[in-house]
Design a protein around this ligand. Structure first.
Ligand code: ZN
Length: 65
């Protein structure tokens, strides 16, 4: 087995159907949590689990409820 090309094995999980509202770029899932998302999760007592996305182009972050 040869060397692995990291660029080829990293698969970006793009969110189909959801586009950045600012630039129209692809949204990628992100583990980083926002304060707003934490707040929503808190007031819903964990019933709502927000999903976090980040724009590939402008790095704008989104929370999907
Ligand atoms: Zn964007």
């Amino acid at each position: 087995m040869g060397l692995l090309d990291l660029d080829k094995i990293i698969i970006k999980r793009t969110v189909i159907g959801i586009r950045c509202t600012s630039c129209g770029g692809n949204l990628l899932t992100t583990k980083r949590k926002s304060i707003a998302g934490r707040f929503i999760k808190g007031i819903s007592l964990g019933a709502i689990k927000p999903a976090y996305y980040e724009c590939e182009n402008c790095k704008k972050r989104f929370v999907l409820l």
